[in-house]
Design a protein around this ligand. Structure first.
Ligand SMILES: Cc1ncc(COP(=O)(O)O)c(C=O)c1O
Length: 384
């Protein structure tokens, strides 16, 4: 039986045992509808409001500024479509390397007559605040930028962008799905008006997330129905999920600071081990301004899918940067935007570490990946 090593924490994380423990009563005796006035309902409402307080404290926001949603994807849609609907027309600024939840939402708005600018990034995946400044127009209604990229982990200069948008009174949305709970966030200090976060990236449950909405931000609801979430997001709250998310955020607030240097050291051990033993490998993303657990590499003349499948046979879970679209393998749009040549980009592999990752896991991955890449390369027609 192979060792099992999970290095795909940017895709999803296992629910923390303390999160599960917090959630369980809400599947059982505390099952009530939080909108009900009786004791059953009030118990559920208490669970939701405690979670809201925990999230607000973590983000240094007000409790009334947190709305729970069904996922990071919904939070991004809500923020962007909500601002667009409040304004009716205008121009949006985002980057070329956003998650599809942002990119496709902006594209959908373009189809409705809005205009959008997709800012370029440099070779390490960083947006230049001066490019944001140059892209701003009198009719700009929103700037939306991810805090850290999910593929390469580069952390964007959100505070510098927040200062620009604040000076001009333009709402600033930050997709913090990959950072909330991994690095400190202060919505006030960073000048953020809207911030998306999600449970399953931080050892919380899937299908529950939230949006921070700064008081006074003009936003139209995109989901209509009952008067839930102070009339901002209709639908009976996912009480166990929200309780789990609140507990997950609280735990991250407790553990994050100590965990970050440990993960960064393991991440660097992985890169050093692989780059010392495998030729023609490059690291993607910023050397230091990067998520502590993210290591994205390109193996030249190797197909990422083959590495992922080969490692899967060894019990190792990592992800490929390339995507299969209608039968053709395409390089990652993030790496393409960073200017990574295609013969490198086709061989990108993302390893994302988490709280259970050990040095032994990392050494096992190095031992497994180096001969695998050598073998795949020897068989590669591109090589010949
Ligand atoms: C940066 C970013 N935004 C949004 C999402 C979507 O979040 P969810 O899976 O909760 O819908 C993800 C998920 O991978 C992400 O990495």
């Amino acid at each position: 039986m192979n060792r099992r090593v999970y290095l795909d924490h940017n895709a999803s994380t296992p629910v923390h045992p303390e999160v599960l423990e917090a959630m369980l009563p809400y599947f059982g005796e505390r099952f009530g509808n939080p909108s009900s006035v009786h004791a059953f309902g009030r118990e559920a409402r208490d669970g939701v409001e405690t979670a809201r307080e925990r999230v607000a404290e973590f983000l240094r926001a007000g409790k009334d500024e947190i709305v729970f949603t069904s996922g990071g994807t919904e939070s991004d849609n809500f923020a962007i479509k909500g601002v667009a609907a409040a304004r009716g027309h205008g121009h949006l600024i985002t980057s070329a390397i956003e998650h599809h939840a942002v990119l496709r939402t902006c594209q959908a708005l373009e189809a409705q007559g809005f205009e959008a600018t997709y800012l370029p990034v440099d070779g390490v995946g960083m947006v230049d605040p001066d490019d944001v400044k140059r892209a701003l127009r009198p009719d700009t209604i929103l700037v939306s930028l991810m805090h850290a990229n999910s593929e390469v982990g580069t952390i964007q200069p959100v505070a510098a962008v927040g200062q620009l948008t604040r000076e001009r009174g333009i709402p600033f949305h930050v997709d913090a799905v990959q950072t909330c709970g991994k690095v400190p966030i202060d919505v006030e200090a960073f000048g953020i008006d809207l911030l998306s976060f999600s449970g399953h990236k931080i050892y919380g449950p899937k299908g529950v997330a939230g949006l921070y909405i700064r008081k006074g931000t003009k936003l139209v609801s995109v989901q209509h129905g009952g008067e839930h979430e102070r009339r901002r997001r209709a639908g009976t709250e996912n009480v166990p999920g929200i309780v789990g998310l609140g507990r997950a955020v609280e735990i991250r607030g407790r553990d994050m600071e100590a965990e970050a240097p440990r993960l960064a050291a393991l991440r660097d051990r992985l890169w050093q081990g692989i780059s010392a033993a495998a030729p023609e490998v490059r690291l993607n993303g910023h050397a230091t301004r990067r998520l502590p657990g993210t290591c994205n590499m390109c193996f030249r003349h190797v197909e990422s899918e083959s590495v992922v499948l080969g490692l899967d046979l060894k019990g190792i879970g990592v992800s490929a940067g390339s995507a299969c679209t209608s039968g053709n393998v395409e390089p990652s749009y993030v790496l393409v935007a960073m200017g990574v040549p295609v013969d490198w980009a086709m061989g990108s592999v993302r390893c994302s570490l988490g709280r259970s990752t050990t040095a032994e896991d990392i050494d096992y991955v190095i031992e497994s990946v180096v001969p695998l890449v050598a073998k795949l390369r020897s068989l590669s027609p591109a090589r010949v």
